[in-house]
Design a protein around this ligand. Structure first.
Ligand code: SF4
Length: 494
């Protein structure tokens, strides 16, 4: 039985971070590596704040955890110090809690009842509890390969090794199918490898999970673009089902601002991928912020990743621009008793380290030098408006122009769906108006026996949604191959 007054006795506390000056000297995760006993005690106190609500909004409904994580259950197990059972209950709904614990912006915390009232001291630190359960699980050997006890004799190809593809592959392997994951890059992990900076999640966290998948029997082929290096005909001949988990990596470009063509103006991923490769030992990044005035356009996760990366590369200055107003925090917004997610969660550790954020501004023009390299931006105060049809427009608030130095500009303004690839043409799969791959209620695309999950289906989204869709598509593929399935299916296609 939880302590219903725990939140009155203990205030919320997030995981301690390393000093900023130290963080900026390396690429390691920003959080402090604590003595395990001290860390576990602190997290037990945080878990004690959970009231074990009768209707736990944190893990149900449209606002809580898409995986249906059994949050009050494992909060109580942590409170009691039963880390092994907590690990079992956490892994029952989440293949990769060490990823979500580090990377998810925690819709569960926004949905937590304690987030509503200022007096309650804030949501239960669910993310911290989750990450700690996952870390304790690895430290104590609770995470072991779960090999299938039967073989279905069916073969499944998973195209893409991001979180959705890995979740689908693990579930299907454990259900007894022979699963081969194809990755066109030289290393596995998709965005987890080359999109997410080390300071958010170190690659060793990914690698130890990949080792578990390998020991369970999932096979991996890297450096292989399906549709080019292996044809669709070969795929069809060799596999009984195919799962497309190819992500939504087509970066949204700025097609209208004068000067976009100048050298030094890049899409965000053109900056993040080589920076992550450099961390993997592939040599210095060809697009580095060292010694430059850097402008990051876009106030979301990807923008924050560019921000922290540019800071660590030794930028002279980093300024992040957002067309929207400064997000209110729960405590600041006295007008409303309700949580204001996702805005409250849009401040990242990178923002505490250096640089500046500017709100309600937009670039009017990129200005270059005689060599065609960007040197300045012209900035205007703006307001974002929506018309009756929901169409968004950016309206200048005055004619006043501000000039900022800019040797490097990074466009982190979102993604437009899946990249154009031969595979989709050969499978005769057309894209939705959002640039994503549509599917029926059984996750099957217009190509029979070909399924889709994750960002490729949903559009760029949270890691927790990718894992939830990967688990759900595994259920659908299992049913397709065997007529029924015991695998969980936490979400339905949108
Ligand atoms: Fe605990 Fe918050 Fe979930 Fe209630 S909503 S069960 S207090 S984590």
């Amino acid at each position: 039985m939880a302590d219903p007054q725990g939140f009155l006795k203990h205030s919320r506390s997030d995981a301690p971070k390393r000093p900023k000056s130290e963080r900026l000297q390396d690429w390691n995760e920003v959080y402090l590596e604590q003595d395990p006993a001290e860390r576990n005690n602190a997290v037990r106190t945080q878990a004690t704040r959970c009231m074990d609500c009768g209707i736990p909004f944190c893990h149900s409904g449209t606002a809580g955890c898409p995986l249906g994580n059994l949050i009050p259950e494992w909060n109580d197990l942590v409170r009691r110090g039963d880390w092994e059972l907590a690990s079992e209950r956490l892994h029952a709904t989440n293949n990769f809690p060490e990823f979500t614990g580090r990377l998810c912006p925690a819709p569960c915390e926004a949905a937590c009842v304690l987030a509503i009232s200022h007096d309650a001291g804030g949501a239960v630190a669910i993310k911290r509890v989750e990450e700690t359960i996952a870390d304790v699980s690895w430290e104590n050997g609770y995470v072991q390969p779960a090999q299938a006890t039967v073989s279905s004799g069916k073969r499944v190809a998973v195209v893409g090794s991001g979180p959705a593809g890995l979740a689908a592959a693990q579930q299907l392997t454990r259900a007894g199918h022979e699963v081969v994951v194809y990755e066109r890059d030289d290393r596995l992990g998709g965005l987890l490898r080359y999109g997410i900076p080390e300071f958010k999640m170190e690659k060793k966290v990914l690698d130890r999970r990949l080792a578990q998948l390998r020991r369970e029997g999932t096979k991996f082929v890297t450096g292989c673009e399906v549709g080019v290096d292996i044809t669709v005909e070969q795929l069809r001949a060799e596999f009984d089902a195919v799962v497309l988990a190819v992500g939504a990596l087509r970066g949204r470009d700025d097609k209208t601002t004068p000067g976009r063509e100048l050298k030094g103006v890049h899409l965000a991923m053109d900056h993040l991928v080589p920076a992550n490769r450099a961390c993997e030992g592939d040599g210095p990044s060809e697009i580095s912020a060292e010694g430059k005035h850097v402008i990051v356009i876009g106030g979301g996760d990807t923008g924050a990743d560019c921000y922290g990366t540019a800071t660590r590369q030794g930028a002279l200055s980093v300024t992040q621009l957002d067309q929207y107003p400064m997000p209110p925090s729960v405590r600041d917004d006295e007008r409303s008793p309700w949580p204001v997610w996702p805005h409250i969660l849009r401040t990242y550790p990178a923002h505490e380290e250096a640089g500046e954020r500017r709100f309600t501004v937009a670039v009017k023009r990129f200005v270059g030098d005689d060599d065609g390299h960007v040197r300045f931006i012209e900035l205007q105060q703006v307001r974002v408006e929506k018309d009756s049809s929901g169409r968004r427009s950016v309206v200048p608030l005055s004619d006043e122009i501000e000039v900022l130095p800019a040797d490097m500009v990074l466009l982190a303004i979102g993604f437009e769906g899946v990249e154009h690839m031969r595979l989709l043409e050969d499978l005769d799969i057309s894209l939705s108006t959002r640039g994503t791959i549509s599917c029926g209620s059984d996750w099957q695309t217009t190509a029979p026996g070909v399924f889709v999950c994750g960002d490729a289906h949903r559009g760029a989204s949270l890691v927790v949604w990718a894992i939830a869709e990967g688990r759900s598509v595994a259920n659908a593929v299992d049913k397709f191959l065997t007529g029924s399935s015991n695998l969980p299916s936490p979400v339905i296609p949108n």
